[in-house]
Design a protein around this ligand. Sequence first.
Ligand SMILES: [Zn+2]
Ligand SMILES: [Zn+2]
Length: 411
Amino acid sequence: MTTQAPASSALSGDPRFSGLFEAARALQPKTVALRRQLHQHPEQGLEVPATQAAVLHALDGLGLRVHTGEAVGSVIGVLKGARPGPTVLLRGDMDALPLQEDTGLPFASRLEGTMHACGHDTHVAMLASAAQLLAERREELAGAVVFMFQPGEEGHYGAKRMLEEGLLDVTDRLPERALALHITSKESSGVLRTRPGPIMASANSFTVKVFGRGGHASNPSDALDPVPAAAAMVGALQTVVTRRISVFEPTVVTIARITAGTTSNIIPETAELQGTLRTLSESSRETMLAEIPRVCAQIAAAHGCTTEYTVDEGYPVTINDDDVAARVHDLAGAVLGANHSSVMPNPLMGAEDWSYVLREVPGAMAFLGACPPGLDPADAPANHSNKVQFDEAALPHGVTTYAAFALDALR
Ligand SMILES: [Zn+2]
Ligand SMILES: [Zn+2]
């Protein structure tokens, strides 16, 4: 990906992409209208009936074969090109987050306590417009495009559920390439960023419950105090990262919540730690998932206490295929301009269930900058903030990138 200049210039004159950005711009009123409709009516989790209906409406009349999920509120649209060929998969996730919007936008969420703060409303709108754009160019396509509208990205394993419901079997050939875009307020508007290899971390949430014996705070020798045991665990877990994980393998353990006790003169019976583990490789993830309960149990034993440990399944590391990521970078440079495509120096330690799809299909995730005008990306409220805003002028860049990716794969 360091030698993007020759590839980009070779692609920029490619007639397959001529007029593509202009076509995406022409769809902008539709893209924005759908985005704002979803923004006003956000839905969380795996069941998103109003969003699902809006997607079905947007795809209506495009000549796609449409599947809806059985146990989840997904929509899959299949566009068959004029000639046979491979399958390419494009994803937009659909769900919102549990927080109260505070943007003051005229199309702000009308549902108290729910907000499209991760921009998934823009993903749906961009993917629906890409479907229309590609349907209009069906004659140019040799193969099929699968449009994956996914609920439940925010911790609900929606992508995994769609895989279990046969996402990859909707065409007779397994997808050969896949792309998901994610909007971000922390990058200049219209700039696409991706990288080869790991792009987002694995995420596991865990809980360690420490059991001791309660008593009077003035007489600790008569009790088994779980508080100092829990405190020792917090420090020890940081040491585990530096002693058990290679210095070249970024790993984060954060204890984000500690609870114990009721007042100042009682030694409580239990203490509880809650934390998150983030890694960029499955091997360091496995190591830490074994070390966290082992170290905590043995520290507890040293204090005469015991532990109970629980951990969720967690999202895997999101790993871009090197070649696909390089192609996305080059394509974005060609269709959006070289100054609108850049390589991320580092992955993000956030997580994505797109990781499940990338374990099955060579593909990529890329970030689309949408920092609001007049703001420095460094100062813009981030995704998941109650104040986050996205520049809608970036949406045609995403529509164009999705379409170019499919046209390129199905030539
Ligand atoms: Zn999110
Ligand atoms: Zn998201």
